[in-house]
Design a protein around this ligand. Sequence first.
Ligand code: WAQ
Ligand code: MG
Length: 261
Amino acid sequence: MENNYYSIRMHAQRGRAHLSGAERLVRKAQIDGVVAEMLQRATEYDPASLRISVDEIKTAEIIRGPAPNLTEVPVPDFQAGRERALQALLAAGVMSDVATSAIETIAGGAGPDGTNMRGAMLIDARTGDRLEPVTARGVRASRMDVEPDLEEAFTRSLVSQGLIHHRTREALILAAKVLAAPGIIAELCWSDDPDYTAGYVSAPGFGYLRIPEMKAKGESRGGRAFFFMPGFKLTETIQFLEEAPFLINKLGLIGSSAGKR
Ligand code: WAQ
Ligand code: MG
């Protein structure tokens, strides 16, 4: 049906190593362009195997929600960045030792033998228990995007603050969906790309805190953690993250705490 949306997912790997992944939720007319873009991006990683899948999504099943406000917090170095992330996680309600250990786990490589995971850790915010069913894979948030008629304004608002990298755009969309998931109180992330040092903490209260330095340049270990509050049904939360189609229907503000000085 012309009116439906399509979930497009890409996954590139070499052996068991995850190299690159991407997910979009778009109209039929965008499929060609998005697939071409993903193919181009994935081949830059020289993958041994590359999968792109396209699945029709029924429009009636789509859940809509707002994008979090983005605030950039300048930090002098990655140690300060991680300290800032820790403070934010505490403010979001994650127990102190749980937050500290999540940062250490990502810094050391959250997958088996210090490798990067393909998806995110799912961590009990009170006990620190790892709740994701398969550690190497983690929980993968998927089927999310911006409403097509907000796309231009979304890109413009990011570019106007100098946030031109596709990673920022994608992370903000992912964070919007994760914050909409039942039982998730916060998210922590930094990239596994050795040239990309930025990361963020997001939570319903303060939105998306963008931290430009979360690791040393050249470091390839990175990852993600979703913090889960016990009391919600874990299986429903995982199903929401991986399967529920989600579109941003309201843009957030994009700003910097540096501007307030
Ligand atoms: N769902 C869950 N976890 C994911 C997903 C997903 N769809 N995609 C990636 N991950 C996990 C996985 O463990 C990766 O190793 C880790 O996140 C980092 O992935 O400028 O680029 O694609 O404001 O390297 C953050 C800062 C950039 C953005 C994040 O992540 C900014 C980034 P990457
Ligand atoms: Mg990625």
